[in-house]
Design a protein around this ligand. Structure first.
Ligand SMILES: [Ca+2]
Length: 303
């Protein structure tokens, strides 16, 4: 097994250390608070960065710098972005325009693309093994493709809406526009468990985080961009607590592309330890490096 990049080791260690250091003596969660963590947790053999549930975690604040810029199809209404083994996959939305595509990172050229049925509005995408999974927004239908040629393999049904999708190597993880993340068996599509995502404020309150959208599983955390904003939550998948907020305002969303919409694509290249973000109809795909703002722990009040 390849060892994690040193910078990620450092980031993870910082996250855990700061989470513990930030433990405060605030009052315990109100049992009636809908944002309270799901204490049932979940058994997992995967690497966990989650602090003990008795610890009150104040989210760390992260910002970023742009490492590289690549062309991105400005007509792509990006709803899902994922890299596996150096191959970049993207799902696009809007009825009649939705696609699953493989894209050349360096040029933005579409290498392969398959259209969705016009009744489907494409949403999140992930790749697990030799299969690609894609959600649809309101049709309660997930699509499964052969990774090598995008041949449709099967469809599956789910309750509610489909928004973001990622996986931890064993389970699919999906968002539906609410504060809930669902963990699905990738073969039976049974919902194995759910967590409610929340953060803690410096004032001792818990806030439920709704509108979770595009997802990316990175070294034991689930990254989720919150719809209509430029903030990405770093979430503990065991409890739903937000470990950190990444503030992507600035150069990214000031880029001028005609008709550009919100940030909505996060992809992590595990082999080369590279993080990419883009958005709906953005003309640029950014490679970014995260920077910890050590003095600004806490929830962003203006998120
Ligand atoms: Ca993603």
């Amino acid at each position: 097994m390849r060892l994690p990049h040193p910078s990620l080791v450092a980031m993870t260690a910082l996250t855990v250390a700061a989470a513990i250091l930030s433990a405060c003596s605030g009052s315990p969660a109100d049992p009636g608070d809908p944002g309270s963590p799901d204490s049932s947790g979940g058994d997992t053999t995967l690497v966990s960065v989650c602090p003990d549930t008795s610890t009150t975690v104040l989210p760390l604040r992260w910002t970023y710098r742009v490492v590289a810029e690549y062309p991105h199809d400005p007509s792509a209404f990006t709803q899902g972005l994922v890299i596996r083994n150096g191959e970049l996959y993207e799902g696009t939305g809007l009825r009649g325009q939705s696609t699953l595509r493989q894209v050349a990172l360096e040029t933005g050229a579409v290498l392969r693309s398959t259209p969705l049925d016009s009744r489907f509005f494409g949403e999140g995408v992930t790749v697990l093994g030799d299969r690609v999974f894609q959600l649809t927004w309101q049709a309660h239908r997930g699509l499964v493709y052969n990774r090598t040629d995008f041949t449709p393999l099967e469809q599956f049904e789910y309750q509610g809406q489909g928004w973001g999708l990622t996986d931890d190597g064993e389970e699919l993880i999906m968002s539906d526009g609410s504060s809930t993340l669902r963990f699905l068996d990738p073969v039976t599509f049974e919902v194995l468990r759910t967590v409610s995502v929340y953060d803690n404020t410096a004032g001792g309150n818990q806030r439920r985080i709704a509108n979770l959208n595009e997802l990316e599983y990175i070294d034991g955390e689930v990254y989720a961009n919150v719809w209509q904003g430029a903030f990405v939550a770093r979430i503990c998948p065991d409890t739903g607590v937000v470990l950190g907020w990444i503030d992507f305002r600035g150069p990214l969303d000031r880029t001028e592309c005609p008709g550009m919409d919100v940030l909505n694509g996060i992809a992590y290249d595990k082999e080369q330890d590279r993080l990419f973000v883009t958005g709906k109809r953005w003309c640029t795909l950014f490679e970014v490096e995260l920077i910890l703002q050590e003095t600004e722990a806490g929830a962003p009040g203006d998120r």
